[in-house]
Design a protein around this ligand. Sequence first.
Ligand code: FES
Length: 314
Amino acid sequence: MTTGNWWAAALRESVNGEKPLAVVCNGEALALFRNAAGELCALEDRCPHRRVPLALGTVTPKGLQCGYHGWTFNGATGMCTTIPNLREDERVPSRYGARAYRVAESGGFVHVWLGEGSPADSPLPGADYQPHGSEFSGTAVVNTAHDEYLAAMLDGPECLLEFGSVRITDFFLGDPRMEAGRLVVDRGAVWKTQMLPPAFVVDHPLIVRTAVPLEGGTIRVELLDADEAPLVTLCIAASANRRGTTSLCWRGFRHDTRVAGAPLRWLIARRRARAPFRIHPMIDGAALAALLVAPSRDLAAARAARRAPLSEAA
Ligand code: FES
C-alpha cells in the first residue's frame, strides 16, 4: 500500500507532548506525538507486546508508554527502553521495538514517510503552502475511497467542497496539465448572485483550480479571479483510511486580493473573518455517481505512465 512518498498525516497543532494522536494515513495506523525534546515522533499504532494501540498510552519523558503493561518506546527509534518489573540484573532485549517512521513538519502539516528507502531527495509536499492572515483548518474521515476522492476532486470538486457565495461550474478552462507532480485542472466559476445560468456564462469571473498529486502529497485548491490573482488557497491532505474511507486534514486562507463584483455576503464574510470555504464531511453519493469521468482519466493515465518504468525494470 505504501508509495515511497511523504504523506501529510495530521495538522501540526493536533500533535503534542501530552497525548498521542491516533491517525490512519495511507492505510497505516500511526501514533503521533512529541517527545520530551519537542521533536515529532511517529510509531506504528500497535504495541509489539500484545498489539494494543499505542495511541491509548501516555507520553512520558522516556517515550511513549503503552497503556496495557507499561512498556515504553523511544519515539525516534521505536526501541523499547523500559519494561516495568524487570529484575535488577535483567535488560530490555534489543529486538523489542515498535516500528518508527521518519516524520517532518512543513506548511502546518505533520508528514510521515511511509515508503522504503530514504526521503532525502523528496521535497515535503506542504512546502508550497505559505499562509498569511487568518487560517482555517479541520479534519474529517469521509465516506468515500481515497482514489474516488481524488477523482471527484478533478471531475466535480463541488461535490467535495464549496467556496462561500461561489458556484463552481462544469466549464473547463483549457486542458488538464501536469505541474510539479500534480494534475492541474481549471474550471470556470461564477458568483451565486449572477442571474445567468452558468452554462451560458462565457466570461467566467472566477476560476477554481484543483491540483491533485499523483502520489502522496497534498491536494491544492485555489479560487482565483479572472486575472488569476488568488482569492483563497486551500491545502487538503487526503489518504486512504480503512473500509473504503478517506482521512482528510486541511488548512486554507483568504488572500488580501480585492475582487470586483463580489456579492455583499462575500464582503461581509471577509470583514468578519469567516472561513471562505467549507470541506464537506459527508459526501452525497448520488451527486458523486452522477459525475462524468473526465480529467480523472488523465490522472489514472499519468499514474500508470509513472509506474510503468518501475515495473519494466523489475
Ligand atoms: S500490550 Fe503493550 S506493554 Fe503489553
